[in-house]
Design a protein around this ligand. Structure first.
Ligand SMILES: [Zn+2]
Length: 140
């Protein structure tokens, strides 16, 4: 269903918003360093990282706030997977998270290593994405 006039309100399949930046990433219209993807969720590196591997975890369906996402437990399990992978790749167990909702009007969870402790170059997106992806593969 492509009706962008009524985004995020119908059904359980992916419904995206035509003008939303994160929906554009979901549809592949804007490039992003994706680190995780399943049927309902997508994680990619933040374009203005606070630390190496700083990720955003979003539902593929356009919801305004994290609190609007059905199956919130499943959503947070994805955030946990990413945080566990960051623990293996950033040199610290101190993974921070933040939920605001003012930057982009599409639900997103920030997950990023403590900027004072994380190893690596936060602007080296390709390397950081590969590290996290391979750590995710090693996670049972
Ligand atoms: Zn959106």
């Amino acid at each position: 269903m492509k009706n962008s006039q009524n985004p995020g309100t119908v059904g359980t399949t992916s419904t995206t918003n035509e003008n939303c930046v994160f929906c554009k990433i979901v549809r592949g219209e804007i490039p992003a360093h994706k680190i995780y993807e399943d049927e309902n969720y997508l994680a990619f590196l933040d374009i203005n990282p606070r630390s190496p591997g700083h990720a955003q975890i979003i539902p593929k369906t356009h919801y305004r706030y994290v609190w609007d996402v059905p199956n919130a437990g499943e959503y947070f399990e994805v955030a946990q997977k990413i945080a566990k992978a960051q623990q293996k790749t950033s040199g610290t167990d101190a993974i921070w998270s933040r939920i605001m909702g003012d930057e982009v009007p599409h639900a997103h969870i920030w997950v990023f290593p403590n900027p004072d402790l994380a190893l690596g170059d936060k602007k080296d997106f390709a390397v950081n994405a590969e590290k996290i992806k391979s750590a995710l593969c090693r996670t049972p």
